[in-house]
Design a protein around this ligand. Structure first.
Ligand code: HEM
Length: 187
């Protein structure tokens, strides 16, 4: 399990430089100059002035087989040399979302909001990784830590993707969202 657990540590060190830290909805995260990503089960201390968010990669909940096949054929992995920009977008969904049943959530996610259908149009330019927080403890500040990497020329395209998703029905269930933009410190 430790290989699936990641801590995103906002502080004074790390390979990613924070360019922008915007609250979209709900409470903000304090401004920090750098971001480090630490993998493994060791406890990561919260920096004196900063934060540490934990998430775990998991099995998929919503994709159907044909969607999965299309994703696998089109998506790119993290760490591409040209992808010197990134976004960390921690999200929390409302109690109303979590009170829905699995089939109701899938319907909202795809049939009504077209999350995957929209997202697929932005592959392979945008690489993504989803981390879940809910099952780690009783009171994690977010439900998801989403991570995206892209080349500087695709920053506008990434903003367009966010605009489309934020206008969807699924996003009416988002009660906390912070958008942190980063650039690789060696870029
Ligand atoms: C780059 C294009 C994108 C594609 C192809 C994509 C695709 C997907 C897919 C297939 C899932 C379902 C995984 C599962 O079956 O459990 C998912 C989940 C999710 N995505 Fe995206 N996505 C994209 C962009 C984004 C963006 C930009 C955000 C946030 C700003 C985002 C936030 C999420 C969240 C929070 C979940 C988990 C939803 C839940 O379990 O309730 N995605 N995405």
């Amino acid at each position: 399990m430790s290989g699936r657990l990641f801590s995103f540590v906002g502080g004074n060190t790390g390979p990613w430089r924070v360019m922008k830290n915007s609250v979209i909805v709900g409470e903000s995260l304090s401004a920090v100059p750098k971001l480090d990503i630490v993998s493994g089960a060791g406890t990561v201390e919260k920096p004196l002035t900063g934060w540490s968010l934990r998430g775990i990669t998991s099995n998929e909940r919503y994709v159907m087989r044909d969607e999965k096949n299309q994703l696998v054929a089109k998506q790119q992995g993290l760490g591409r040399p040209e992808a010197t920009m990134a976004a960390l977008i921690p999200l929390r969904k409302s109690a109303a979302w979590w009170a829905l049943t699995q089939d109701e959530r899938r319907k909202l996610f795809e049939e009504q909001s077209h999350h995957n259908q929209i997202g697929m149009q932005y592959l392979p330019a945008i690489a993504r990784k989803l981390h879940h927080c809910r099952d780690l403890s009783e009171n994690e500040p977010f439900d998801f830590l989403t991570w995206f990497e892209f080349a500087p020329e695709h920053e506008g395209v990434f903003d367009q993707l966010l605009e489309e998703l934020r206008a969807s029905e699924e996003w009416q269930y988002i009660e906390r969202e912070v958008d942190i933009r980063l650039v690789r410190a060696d870029a």
